[in-house]
Design a protein around this ligand. Structure first.
Ligand SMILES: *Cc1c(COP(=O)(O)O)cnc(C)c1O
Length: 421
């Protein structure tokens, strides 16, 4: 087939991979460490123009040299691109990298974590099915199921987080999915993925873990037998508070309908955004080491502070899930939840307003530390009774440690706790 690319460029390995190219690259070497995978997985060893970085194909459509080429494409199921909503070459690189990082067969990249969540469920649930959640979960995931899936006749139930017996007891012949986050946000409960996967297998239901808070650097739930792992790549995977994206990883077979539905729903990333995510992913392991170290140091500092009533961090020995976390996680992440002693919501807000390094805002997982009061930021429009069922109290603070120096973060918190007294 004649190539229509510029004669100044070598043959394009993305469009036409050389079958004879030595597979000495780390494209899909499952035994490689997380940092090697983060840097190299999914990428061709030799790229267009011999550039070390992947090109950004800023294209909404992909052309065919003649009509026969279209027929060949359709008949032979070629992997080339066709139209931007169905995929672009840079997105494929990121998807392969994400799949390798999570030890999965395939990944489907979406324009946000919520788009990934909605896309996965819409592809796999039918009217009459029901899904069961562990109850500590992102409020928008919950809202999608409660307010929207129910409109299509999909049932929705919640059981107490990490109550495996209650989860198993809630399963009926209609149950299609059981879903959890791990660690949960903001309580940081840690799910035993093996046990969770086992309940799914035994009952013939699909299992999904939203592992946004741990990332594949800290835990890989697919290795425990879970069917799908979902990440808001907006958080640690992108890592720089400068993009939104989401991904779901699992078996190629189970993800095929998800990919097809994405092509219809259209929640795809622009080529530029996909590149930004690829760039962010390169330093995932390095950043996670620092997020883990900062989370631990800040949690330990807060745990010893007289104005702090309680700290939730899986790396602290008194955390209810410390044992399972220590057994299954490489590190405990950058999110630390704590409660100001004897403080109403305004006194709690005063501490947040007094810190100077973390910025006040939602989200987590970026290089910049962020701090917020869940009662105000995410649960302001809920009644006190609803907040109580979600275990969101007025004196709760959530700090997402970035990659700054932990000594500076601690000094800042110390000053804020003193100043706002
Ligand atoms: C942020 C977040 C989401 C939603 O992801 P977006 O990229 O914001 O759409 C889902 N789950 C968890 C645990 C999150 O933190």
């Amino acid at each position: 087939m004649p190539q229509s690319s510029s004669p100044a460029l070598p043959p394009d390995p993305v469009i036409e991979p050389t079958p004879t190219a030595p597979d000495s690259s780390v494209r899909r070497r499952p035994s490689a460490g997380p940092s090697t995978l983060a840097v190299h997985a999914g990428e061709d060893h030799v790229k267009p123009g011999f550039a070390i970085t992947d090109p950004i194909f800023a294209a909404s459509t992909y052309t065919f040299p003649d009509t026969q080429a279209i027929v060949d494409f359709l008949e032979e199921g070629q992997t080339r691109e066709e139209y931007g909503r169905y995929g672009n070459p840079g997105e494929k690189v990121v998807e392969e990298k994400l799949a390798a990082l999570d030890a999965g067969e395939a990944s489907v990249l979406f324009s946000s974590g919520m788009a990934a969540f909605v896309g996965l469920l819409m592809a796999h649930v039918d009217a009459g099915d029901e899904i069961i959640f562990f109850d500590e979960c992102y409020h928008r995931s919950r809202e999608f199921c409660r307010k929207h899936l129910t409109r299509f006749g999909v049932g929705f139930r919640e059981v107490r987080t990490c109550d495996y017996d209650a989860m198993e007891a809630a399963i009926t012949p209609r149950t299609k999915f059981i879903i959890s986050e791990s660690p949960t946000n903001p309580h940081l409960s840690v799910v035993d993925s093996e046990r969770f996967a086992e309940i799914g297998r035994r009952n013939g239901v699909l299992t999904l873990i939203d592992a946004t808070l741990c990332t594949p650097y800290n835990v890989r739930p697919l290795e425990a037998g879970v069917d799908f792992v979902l990440h808001s790549a907006t958080k640690y995977l992108g890592g720089h508070n400068d993009l939104l994206a989401g991904t779901v990883t699992g078996s190629a077979e189970l993800l095929e309908p998800v990919r097809k539905l994405r092509g219809i729903m259209g929640g795809v990333n622009s080529p530029h955004n996909a590149y930004l995510l690829e760039r962010g992913l390169k330093t995932l392991a390095l950043r996670m080491e620092r997020h883990n170290a900062n989370g631990q140091a800040v949690a330990e500092f807060l745990a010893g502070h007289p104005r702090v009533e309680r700290v939730l961090y899986p790396g602290l020995p008194d955390h209810p899930y410390h044992e399972i976390a220590s057994r299954t996680m490489r590190g405990f992440g950058g999110l630390v939840t704590f409660f100001i002693k004897d403080a109403n919501w305004r006194q709690t807000a005063a501490v947040i307003d007094a810190v100077t390094i973390p910025r006040i805002g939602p989200s987590l997982g970026g290089v910049e530390s962020l701090i917020e009061q869940p009662m105000v930021m995410s649960y302001w429009n809920y009644t006190p009774a609803e907040r109580a069922t979600f275990r969101i109290s007025d004196n709760m603070v959530r700090m997402a440690c970035g990659v700054e120096d932990s000594a500076d973060l601690i000094a800042d918190l110390a000053a804020a706790l003193e100043a706002a007294e």
